[in-house]
Design a binder for this molecule. Structure first.
Ligand SMILES: [Zn+2]
Length: 162
């Protein structure tokens, strides 16, 4: 499936191919929440990095979060780079050199109509502040940290690859 996305001001537009476009993966970590998930979480998609085309690249900025793991000091910069528009601040996608073939656009930046997910995964609930409710349906998965199931695995299990 071809996904087209943009920031709010229109300075950055992008497109990429995705076999795994269902917006089911809700991340409640503090980075996702603060950088673009004001309601408590962000939704990460997955696509083919080789197919990514960007217009307005000069407006892009990259954010590497500082992460402190328990028992590990000092805090380390995450290798994952979060691209956002330097003009309007819209969060656009994440690219991590540890998995260079993947790019993870945020569902909020996608203009193409996405297919509705029949179930969702609520992840990183251990990082969720108490004011954020979790609206999990009975078929949804919930986990305190990362789920064992990848975005690709989820699509395979539900036979929803495109
Ligand atoms: Zn913008």
């Amino acid at each position: 499936m071809l996904l087209e996305g943009s920031c709010h001001c229109g300075a950055v537009r992008f497109r990429l191919r995705s076999a795994h476009p269902y917006p089911f993966n809700l991340c409640y970590c503090s980075i996702c929440r603060k950088t673009q998930g004001g309601g408590g979480y962000a939704i990460n998609l997955s696509g083919d990095a080789a197919s990514l085309k960007v217009e307005g690249e000069r407006h892009l900025r990259i954010y590497h979060a500082r992460i402190s793991e328990p028992g590990e000091a000092p805090p380390q910069f995450s290798p994952a780079g979060r691209r956002f528009c330097g003009e309007c601040g819209s969060a656009l996608w994440l690219w991590d050199p540890r998995w260079p073939e993947l790019v993870h656009p945020f569902a909020s930046a996608i203009d193409t109509e996405l297919p509705a997910a029949p179930e969702r995964t609520h992840r990183m609930l251990g990082s969720k502040p108490s004011w954020v409710p979790v609206h999990a349906d009975p078929q949804d998965q919930t986990c305190e940290e990362y789920p064992k199931e990848s975005i690709a695995d989820w699509h395979q299990r539900l036979a929803l690859e495109r």
